[in-house]
Design a protein around this ligand. Structure first.
Ligand SMILES: Nc1ncnc2c1ncn2[C@@H]1O[C@H](COP(=O)(O)OP(=O)(O)OP(=O)(O)O)[C@@H](O)[C@H]1O
Length: 348
């Protein structure tokens, strides 16, 4: 974290009958951390623990060096944006934003002045008098963000902040949100299912599975070197565990040549676009070649994703023309090949 003072330093422990969350989370000033993970991993529980909306069974939360976990939810210097925004339907956009400061004892005129400034910042000065039902999804999202910022939080919590938006609006609002987060100098924790939201908005990804952190790093680091099947699927890579001896890694029965030497237990990863399929065994340059069985075929953007079974399960992305050429019906056997140069190995 580049030697910057840590704003948030938390050890979150929440115990439920069939689930335990136990994660350590540090977020520097101005840093945006995305909690990413499959359904039920505990992301929302972590966010609610930070907000004081669920009781922690152990652990602690320090914000700017002061304990936060001892404060009630309403006393925490936190701004929160919920998935469905939870705007008050009977209040104008301005009064929705002014609500937080008002609750904290700021006089009405001053609270409204702060709210007007924030609405202006998110580009909604013209909509100050509008009730939430007259706002578009993207506008409501920006009002929710302004409302969260109105209490001058040191910690901003965003729960699936773009999930309610359609694809087109999402693109625009995501870009706007990124700009606003860049201006915020407190800590931000964001929960999302969407890898693109996480990649665009976050400085660092923390991947949570079954209540524990399984991987963290910058979006580029995580995308390049996934460490679980969930992350590999998320970033679209084939991923295997094996044992390396220099540039060769034994994955099950298959000995794979890789671009870089490693020793001992290792991951091997390559993109589906690096997999070529043939009717008969290809030869030539240093390649990994294996016999595979076509399990299924599905559309994937402009290409076709072929699900392969064999010594290693794999996805291959090929053109529709190649599918026709190879007559890739389920059950057919093909030769699969990946160049060593497109195969990355890294220690487990
Ligand atoms: N109020 C609750 N009471 C009991 N168990 C709960 C409660 N809320 C969530 N859980 C359980 O706690 C676990 C973590 O849930 P949580 O909602 O934090 O996951 P999540 O990662 O946010 O998932 P999603 O992406 O589906 O929202 C799950 O097993 C869930 O069923």
């Amino acid at each position: 974290m580049g030697g910057r003072a840590v704003t948030l330093d938390a050890h979150l422990v929440v115990t439920r009958p069939a689930f335990t969350l136990d994660i350590a989370l540090r977020v520097a000033p101005g840093e945006v951390v995305a909690l990413l993970g499959p359904n039920g991993a505990g992301k929302t529980t972590a966010l609610r623990a930070l907000a004081g909306l669920v009781t922690m069974s152990a652990g602690r939360i320090d914000l700017d060096g002061r304990p936060l976990h001892t404060l009630p939810a309403e006393g925490r210097p936190i701004g929160m944006v919920f998935q469905d925004y939870l705007l008050f339907p009977h209040l104008s956009a301005l009064d929705n934003v002014a609500f937080g400061p008002r609750c904290r004892g700021v006089p009405k005129a001053e609270a409204r002045r702060v709210a007007a400034g924030l609405l202006d910042r998110v580009g909604l000065a013209d909509h100050a008098a509008a009730k939430p039902r007259r706002l578009s999804g993207g506008q409501a999202q920006r009002v929710a963000l302004a409302r969260a910022l109105a209490v001058r939080p040191r910690l901003l919590l965003l729960d699936e902040p773009l999930a309610a938006l359609d694809a087109h609006t999402r693109l625009e609002v995501r870009a706007g949100l990124r700009r606003h987060l860049a201006e915020f100098d407190g800590a931000t924790v964001l929960v999302t299912h969407d890898p693109l939201d996480a990649m665009v908005l976050a400085d660092r990804l923390v991947v949570v599975e079954q209540g524990a952190i399984v991987q963290q790093g910058t979006p580029a680091e995580v995308a390049r070197r996934p460490r679980t099947d969930y992350v590999a699927r998320l970033v679209g890579l084939n991923l295997y565990r094996g044992v390396a001896d220099g540039p060769r890694v034994k994955v099950g029965e298959l000995l794979m040549s890789t671009a870089n030497p490693v020793e001992g237990p290792a991951f091997v990863a390559f993109p589906p676009s690096a997999v070529a399929l043939y009717r008969s065994r290809p030869d030539g340059s240093p390649r990994n070649v294996w016999r595979a069985r076509v399990e299924g075929v599905e559309r994937h953007g402009d290409n076709v994703r072929v699900h392969l079974d064999g010594p290693i399960p794999a996805f291959a992305d090929i053109t529709p023309a190649a599918v026709a050429d190879l007559d890739l019906t389920p059950g057919r056997t093909v030769w699969a090949s990946v160049k060593a140069t497109e195969t990355q190995a890294y220690p487990t």
